[in-house]
Design a protein around this ligand. Structure first.
Ligand code: DGT
Ligand code: CA
Ligand code: CA
Ligand code: ZN
Length: 584
């Protein structure tokens, strides 16, 4: 059965493909789909149960969109969407995501040069044909070529961004868990380790009814093409070519299987060696002891039901999945010297948080504050965009009004300290919004890059250091500004930037938005080694986004971040002291 989530996905896809069709994200039709999506999110009801009339009564949903939602509910597909999908197959959609390839350029590439996929585009780039298109030129051509290279879009084993893979995997696992015959299910592989890019999705299921589970899997709406399906394993492709492997094991073997299929391969090999050193065998079925004489007798199962039991039987501390990369965690686990990692439960506040004061914020001050209070936060920084971010920012005057609004709304939650903050925009050469004096009045600031991604390493490093050294800045948000797999971030000298953060005692943000995960876990690990303070944020623009804190925390854990370095795990007094704010 389709869910509200499926309807939101439907509207997303319609908006995206209609943008390509109309060659503009501003088109009336695109806006209609986007408004409908926001309206449904705001309404909160299960829209699959509503009639066309009830749907159109929701403000923001027009007649035509309501009709499409009903068509989807009744027929399982929408004719308009099928037409758009035929006109813009996944290989073409993929091209539209390359920075520099807008809908108009895409249309020209197809009509003038017959480019229909990445290979076609690369051939045209090699032949320097792109520059001949109307509105392009040698510079634009070069930019597109560089983007393809830096995003790693080429090659046979091309990888997907975690932001594309995670929602799919989470939904499949939830769906599987809702069935009686499934006793457990977990996504494993690189996704469970929080790699930024995913080769394929690996799901492990515990059940005594393999064929039954396989039938459920084949029936999922995400399945575009089944590659293979036996009694215990099904592999399928989604519409945009992502591969998913689902394997069924018995509940007794679940821990051994998830350990194996989570990997990494290098971690598995080191674990197997640890087992061998103790005369044991480790594989996807369990930690096993062979009979003495090799031929007679049964193999004894030492541990297999849970991952914890296997680590314990090997005299090792449990290694969190995000650390299983064989970069020192195996030895640290043996020595019992794994760091005291930050956990979601340690987080006491979110410090990068937008409201509808920002052009791109979609929930009210009241709702955003209530949502944070609902999570039990002790403090919160509302950091709407500063004035330099043209469409999204606020003037000094608007910010002062906003401060009043915030303190009024905060009265409903007296246990939580709500800080009047700002997300400052770091200009091309490191400038920040407002007059110095005004900027200094904010309770808390996060400064981040939102433009000028193409400067030299030297200039970008200097740019960040200018912001870090500014006395009004408390933290640096989404360090590189990247969108994983979509937009390469700025290139910087990481060591120099981390040294500056340490010297000026500023916090480095770990941004939990899946398309960002910025600073990346490898940068976090260097920051931890240098003793740089961290702050884990959601960068929420809507009340539905606070849950991202989990991804931020996992990214920090992947960088071995200990609790004490993360400033938003600190008790309120300690945190407020650090930012120089009076404690109330
Ligand atoms: P991916 O899919 O490329 O993003 O990365 P993974 O880590 O998900 O790799 P995948 O899907 O090929 O295999 C899933 C896990 O299965 C992997 O992390 C470890 C385990 N595995 C796969 N092949 C081998 C192998 O040859 N030896 C060992 N020890 N483990 C393996
Ligand atoms: Ca995989
Ligand atoms: Ca796999
Ligand atoms: Zn932001």
């Amino acid at each position: 059965m389709a869910s509200t989530r499926d309807v939101l996905d439907l509207l997303d896809e319609l908006a995206m493909l209609t943008t390509l069709k109309e060659q503009s994200p501003q088109s009336f039709k695109v806006r209609a789909y986007e408004n409908a999506k926001q309206a449904i999110q705001g309404d909160g009801r299960d829209v699959t149960q509503l009639s066309a009339t009830e749907l159109t009564k929701i403000k923001g949903i027009g007649k035509s969109t309501a009709g499409k939602i009903r068509e989807f509910m009744e027929h399982g597909e929408v004719e308009k969407l099928e037409q758009l999908r035929a006109e813009f197959p996944p290989s073409v959609v993929e091209l539209s995501r390359i920075p520099g390839v807008g809908p108009k350029t895409l249309a020209l590439m197809r009509s003038e040069l017959d480019i229909q996929d990445l290979d076609g585009l690369k051939a045209a780039l090699d032949a320097k044909k792109l520059r001949e298109l109307k509105g392009l030129g040698a510079k634009a051509e070069e930019k597109i070529g560089t983007a393809i290279e830096r995003l790693g879009l080429s090659g046979k084993d091309r990888r997907r961004s975690i932001g594309d893979a995670m929602p799919l995997a989470e939904r499949l696992v939830a769906e599987l868990l809702s069935h009686e015959i499934v006793s457990d299910a977990l996504y494993c592989g690189s996704l469970r380790r929080m790699s930024e890019t995913i080769g394929d999705v690996d799901i492990t299921v515990a059940s005594t009814d393999g064929p039954g589970v396989m039938a459920i899997v084949r029936d999922q709406s995400a399945v575009h093409e089944v590659i293979l399906s036996g009694d215990t394993k099904t592999s399928f492709l989604t519409r945009d070519g992502m591969q998913v492997d689902v394997r069924v094991v018995s509940a007794e073997q679940f821990g051994a299987a998830t350990l194996y299929f989570t990997g990494s391969k290098a971690h598995n090999i080191a674990m197997r060696q640890r087992a061998l050193d103790r005369g044991l065998l480790l594989n996807e079925y369990g930690l096993l002891r062979k009979p003495e004489d090799d031929t007679e007798g049964d193999t004894e199962i030492v541990a297999s039901e849970t991952e914890e039991a296997i680590y314990e039987a090997l005299d090792m501390a449990y290694v969190p999945p995000v650390m299983r990369e064989n970069t020192g965690e195996v030895q640290a686990s043996i020595d019992d010297s794994l760091p005291d990692l930050v956990q979601v439960a340690h987080i006491r506040g979110d410090l990068h948080y937008h409201t509808d004061r920002s052009g791109d914020g979609r929930s009210t001050v009241e709702d955003m504050i209530a949502e944070a209070a609902g999570r039990g936060y002790e403090y919160l920084a509302i950091t709407d965009h500063g004035e330099d971010l043209a469409i999204n920012g606020s003037t000094a005057e608007e910010m002062l009004e906003h401060r009043e609004h915030i303190s009024e709304a905060a009265k409903a939650h007296p246990d939580m300290t709500v800080l009047w903050g700002c997300e400052l925009n770091i200009g091309a050469a490191g400038s920040l919004d407002y007059e110095d004096e005004f900027r200094a009045r904010f309770d808390y600031t996060v400064a981040s890059v939102h433009s000028h991604y193409d400067q030299s390493v030297r200039d970008q490093t200097a740019r960040l250091i200018a912001a870090i050294s500014d006395p009004t800045v408390n933290s640096i948000g989404h360090l590189t500004g990247r969108y994983i797999g979509r937009r390469p971030g700025i290139e910087i000298d990481v060591d120099v930037v981390l040294e500056a953060l340490f010297q000026f005692d500023k916090a480095l943000e770990v941004n939990g938005a899946l398309q960002r995960l910025d600073a990346a876990s490898d940068v976090v690990r260097k920051a931890v080694d240098r003793g740089v303070k961290l702050v884990i944020n959601t960068d929420s623009h809507h009340v539905s986004e606070l849950g991202r804190i989990e991804y931020g925390v996992k990214t920090a854990q992947r960088g071995w971040a200990p609790r004490e370095l993360v400033v938003n795990t600190w008790p309120k007094k300690k945190f407020l002291d650090w930012i120089g704010h009076p404690v109330d």
